[in-house]
Write a protein that binds this ligand. Structure first.
Ligand code: FAD
Ligand code: 2HG
Ligand code: ZN
Length: 474
């Protein structure tokens, strides 16, 4: 056993330093199966003090550290490189809910608490925590914060940044910043909290957070609506919003090709419409109103759209079971894409009004380069965020397509940039998009980010190779 391993075991206990290949394996590859790394050890601290001691030790020995939560990153953000030099710092043992304040409407949690547990604890306290995404059964609050996760309720409640009041962070040198305040107003200088949120584990280890809680919605109305295309989806978004205001909680778009693929790969997914549409949206309203009133409101909006020709067909869920079945279709997309083969994944945002134009232009541009390519487009249309996935044409195998992926990504990102969009709306840069940063971020932004990185992490040991390009590439 190396001296490093012995010292780590002295801090967290021998049982929580994993060194053999089998126990390490799940920590060394990502959810998509795209990356595989190596590590000196997987280290599983049980408290903030243990995290601080591990970080101080790693600073002294110049050991790189890759923070990891639920390991559901869509950008290879939590997978170490292949050198085996780094430790993976897994926060999943830090899974305590420290406090719920039902007057201030906050919940204080450790970073390793799984998102679904936070939702359940909020519900048990007759409150609501709105972050909701397909990986909620395994992703953690620390990962949600480090990635500034979005999901399906951003339209109404915002991203993780907007759902957070305070943070506790261990710095790369082992010092602890206790920023666990529950204040809604605090104008005492730079917003350190917001710097750590979305920093993808490159500036510090998030160990705790104070989250905002909301009144629990008592009514929901859910519809699955057939439409022509993204342009029709935008018109529908506008009319539903005009009628329903901020009761509109989710507005999720899927193309017909995306739907067909889901129905092919997900055995329990059923289309709630008479025929396969060219595209569809899943709409959810929520409110503290009574449910029949909310359903009537949604029916009114959809009747108007059907009469005006903006919607082709619509199904409104009659109960919670049906609503769940509608969501099963939407939530099956990522799983579907993994089964369908290795997609070239993009997570772009553009101004909402430019989305239809973006889809048309990107489809035309990638098809010109690779005829027969299959764009599988879906996402949080109400937020201007599309998951623009590309599957290979029938005549290319997986490796041939992988060789083409960087060129296709440049095309998709160029169409995004033309519309002043972003190359990552919610999944982060990780290692998947890091080579695109010098092309897609302004030099002044890269320079400021590199300065901040040097300030917090002068040795560049925290999650190396993620988010920021190597200094020589900028
Ligand atoms: P990990 O994957 O473990 O890590 C993510 C990043 O955070 C890495 O850079 C890691 O180093 C860093 N990190 C983790 N914990 C800490 C910590 N305590 N301190 C500092 N850094 C840390 N994302 C969305 O935004 N919206 C979606 O709708 C969505 N849907 C998804 C659906 C599926 C099926 C899957 C598999 C993923 C989805 N994701 C989505 C992506 C992913 O779930 C989120 O990014 C999630 O927030 C990651 O949480 P995690 O705990 O798994 O983090
Ligand atoms: C979603 O919105 C997730 O379902 C995953 O962000 C998207 O798999 C993807 O590309
Ligand atoms: Zn998403």
């Amino acid at each position: 056993m190396s001296e490093l391993i012995v010292s780590l075991a002295a801090i967290v206990g021998e049982a929580h330093v994993l060194t053999d290949a089998d126990t390490q394996a799940p920590y060394l590859t990502d959810w998509l199966g795209k990356y595989r790394g190596a590590a000196a050890a997987i280290v599983r601290p049980g408290s903030t003090e243990e995290v601080a001691a591990v970080m101080a030790l790693c600073a002294e020995r110049k050991v790189p550290v890759v923070p990891q939560g639920g390991n559901t990153s869509m950008s290879g953000g939590a997978t170490p490189d292949a050198s085996g030099q780094a430790i993976v710092l897994s926060l999943t043992r830090m899974n305590r809910i420290r406090a719920i304040d039902s007057i201030g409407n906050t919940m204080t949690v450790e970073a390793g608490v799984v998102l679904a547990k936070v939702q359940e604890a909020a519900q048990a306290a007759e409150r609501f925590f709105p972050l909701s995404l397909g990986a909620e059964g395994s992703c953690t609050i620390g990962g949600n914060l480090a990635a500034n996760a979005g999901g399906v309720a951003v339209l109404r409640y915002g991203t993780m940044r907007e759902l957070t009041l305070g943070l506790e962070v261990v710095l790369p040198d082992g010092r602890i910043w206790d920023g666990l305040t529950a204040l809604r107003k605090d104008n005492t200088g730079y917003a350190l909290r917001d710097l750590f949120i979305g920093s993808e584990g490159t500036l510090g280890i998030i160990t705790g957070a104070v989250l905002k809680l909301f009144p629990r919605p008592t009514a929901r109305a859910t519809a699955f609506v057939a439409i022509d295309d993204a342009s029709a989806a935008l018109a529908l978004l506008s009319s539903v919003r005009a009628r329903c205001g901020d009761r509109l909680t989710a507005f999720e778009f899927m193309t017909g090709d995306c739907l067909a693929l889901i129905l092919h790969h997900i055995a329990d997914a059923r289309l709630p419409l008479g025929a396969m549409p060219p595209a569809a949206v899943l709409i959810e309203l929520s409110d503290a109103d009574d449910e029949p009133a909310l359903t009537r409101r949604l029916e009114g909006a959809l009747t108007e759209a059907l009469e005006a020709g903006g919607a082709l067909d619509a199904a409104i869920a009659q109960d919670g079971t049906q609503a769940k079945a509608f969501w099963r279709i939407r939530e099956g997309v990522s799983e579907t894409l993994v089964r369908a083969g290795k997609a070239a994944k993009h997570d772009v945002s553009v101004p909402v009004a430019a989305m239809a134009d973006f889809v048309a232009a990107a489809n035309a541009a990638v098809s010109a380069v690779l005829p027969g390519i299959r764009p599988i487009v879906f996402g949080h249309l109400g937020d201007g965020n599309l998951h623009y996935n590309l599957l290979p044409p029938a005549y290319l195998d997986e490796d041939e397509f992988a060789a083409q992926a960087p060129g296709l990504t440049r095309i998709v990102h160029d169409e995004t940039r033309k519309r002043r969009g972003s190359i990552s709306a919610e999944h982060g840069i990780g290692q998947l998009r890091v080579s695109e940063m010098p092309r897609c971020k302004a030099p002044i932004e890269l320079e400021l980010m590199a300065s901040l990185k040097r300030l917090f992490d002068p040795d560049g040991r925290l999650n190396p190779g993620k988010l920021l390009p190597h200094p020589t590439e900028t």
